[in-house]
Design a protein. Structure first.
Length: 543
């Protein structure tokens, strides 16, 4: 057990590994009960319900689990600067956003009793024609809600995360009440799922009745493909037939040439949704180095293509359709966002990404050339380096005798920089230089409490990344050093690549990733993706 005052922090170590990895919270005041448990190694946000059995009140606490190696703005304030401390940061704050993931609507003259499955002692009563926000008492228990009419019967066990219409529930007549039929359904209002209980004796719910009776035993999850493009009132379609991108370093030497064809972008908007749909039919990246054994670096398997007449007809008919109905694009992205405005977070209905099978053929020389190129670019951005050329500065300064020495300095800087950049001193870089390379969490200058207020949250109902299948070929041919000395990072990469055996036609399979009903910061979402693909790549490496 750990005690924390307001604004304090403590290091949490797992003392008994035989017990389940769960954490609960309780206010150190009279009448407060222990909250439900959360997983301290599960990145993202969790809402915990705090109950006071003396006062009969409840409130919400937001728990944010993040990677400790994060930054706020442009400055690193906690964790390790190198980003590999392996520590999770748990932030506890009052949940004053007003957001609740669920709401229960009672459209009947009965008092409803609701509670989470296996948490019957934490029940809530909803009076007739009342609405009650709801969240789970035990986030780690099954997300099932029991709804019952006290003294009569249980209406059912409902999964609030599934948008669905349930089979009608019949209650027989009593000496005081006539027979009743209740319709139960779950629908979405932005990021909030709403469970509605309706008494057919006082309301007509024909749509629910007609759709529920024929499919009473069928689980009807919300299918995103059922939303037709015609349902969107505002549409913008962008078609780009061809894009060519050439990457040239400062020598100058062309490193890569990328070709992208048939880009279709659809922007759709309805009363409650905004949708972005993008698909690409052809992507290829060519290695432009003369001595390369692999002239084509990245190519997609076009697979089974149809004849030109059929393909042209299909593309015209499906110009405004979504990716699922297109003719086998190599890259497909779908994003649907709820329009409900909330200053505390962004709400996404779904994010889906799919890539076709592709071939990746790389060699050592092009990797090191790209590393050198992007290192110079990043250093220019970090230290305020401005692009320069002898011709530009000569034309600018040749008529001013007072700037002769300055011109010589610019030329010297341009000769020393492979990209022809002239460095400019940045005051922020001076300020952060004296900090230690490893920063302990809880250092005096750290402002951890600000993280709970400054980071923008996102809610994703469904985040889906399809499996990635690729064929990898790698050549570790000796690399010519171009008459210069390697930096420490380049030397390590060079040694690692030289030690890597040549690979020809290796099949790599990266499993899919699905995240459902999750709220977190952008940084936590990125960390989840990195952890997932790191595990997959390590598995494929040692396979």
């Amino acid at each position: 057990m750990f005690s924390l005052g307001i604004g304090e922090h403590a290091h949490l170590h797992w003392t008994d590994t035989s017990r389940e990895l769960l954490v609960s919270i309780c206010y150190n005041e009279t009448g407060w009960q222990w909250s439900g448990s959360f997983l301290p190694d599960h990145l993202g946000d969790t809402q915990l319900k705090m109950r006071n059995y003396v006062l009969g009140t409840s409130c919400m606490i937001r728990v944010e689990v993040q990677n400790a190696d994060i930054s706020m703005g442009d400055e690193k304030i906690i964790g390790n600067i190198k980003g590999n401390s392996g520590t999770n940061l748990i932030l506890l704050s009052d949940d004053d956003t007003g957001y609740m993931p669920y709401r229960i609507n009672n459209f009947s003259k009965e008092i409803l009793r609701i509670y989470q499955q296996r948490c019957e002692i934490f029940d809530t009563h909803i009076h007739c024609y009342a609405s009650n926000p709801y969240t789970w008492d035990e986030p780690c228990n099954p997300h099932r809600l029991v709804v019952e009419v006290p003294g009569e019967r249980v209406l059912g066990l409902y999964a609030l995360d599934d948008v669905k219409e349930y089979m009608p529930v019949y209650l027989p007549s009593t000496s005081e009440k006539p027979e009743r039929t209740f319709f139960v359904s779950v629908h979405a209002e932005g990021a909030t799922k709403v469970l509605s209980v309706l008494d057919s004796n006082y309301h007509t719910f024909n749509e629910v009745k007609k759709s529920s009776v024929p499919h009473a035993t069928e689980k009807r999850l919300y299918d995103h493909s059922q939303v037709r493009p015609a349902d969107y009132k505002e549409k913008i379609s962008i078609s780009i037939p061809y894009i060519g991108i050439s990457l040239i370093n400062s020598y100058p030497q062309e490193l890569l040439f990328a070709c992208i064809k048939d880009i279709q972008i659809n922007l759709l908007q309805s009363l409650d949704r905004q949708k972005l749909s993008m698909q690409i039919s052809f992507i290829q990246i060519d290695n432009q180095l003369r001595s390369t054994p692999y002239p084509v670096m990245l190519s997609f398997d076009s697979g089974k293509s149809r004849d030109d007449v059929t393909r042209s007809r299909i593309e015209k008919s499906n110009q405004m359709n979504f990716c699922s109905s297109s003719s086998n694009p190599v890259f497909c992205l779908e994003i649907s966002k709820w329009k409900k405005k909330d200053i505390s977070f962004l709400s996404f209905e779904y994010i889906k990404l799919r890539m076709a099978d592709f071939r990746l053929e790389i060699e050592q020389e092009v990797i090191l050339s790209l590393f050198e190129f992007f290192t110079n670019i990043s250093s220019g951005i970090q230290y305020g380096i401005r692009p320069s050329s002898n011709q530009y500065y000569g034309a600018l300064l040749k008529n001013s005798s007072s700037f002769v020495q300055t011109s010589e300095n610019f030329r010297l800087n341009a000769d020393q920089s492979p990209l022809g950049f002239a460095p400019v001193v940045n005051e922020k870089s001076k300020k952060t230089a004296p900090l230690p390379s490893i920063i302990p969490i809880g250092a005096p200058w750290q402002e951890i409490y600000l993280l709970a207020r400054t980071q923008k949250k996102i809610y994703i109902e469904l985040f889906e990344l399809a499996p990635i299948k690729l064929t990898l070929s790698f050549s570790s041919a000796p690399w010519m050093l171009r008459n210069r000395i390697l930096t420490s990072k380049e030397f390590l990469i060079h040694r690692g690549l030289m030690a890597l055996a040549d690979v020809e036609g290796a099949h790599i399979y990266l499993k899919d990733l699905t995240i459902a009903h999750h709220m977190a910061s952008w940084e936590s979402i990125q960390e989840i993706l990195i952890r997932h693909y790191n595990r997959q790549l390590l598995h494929e490496t040692y396979k």
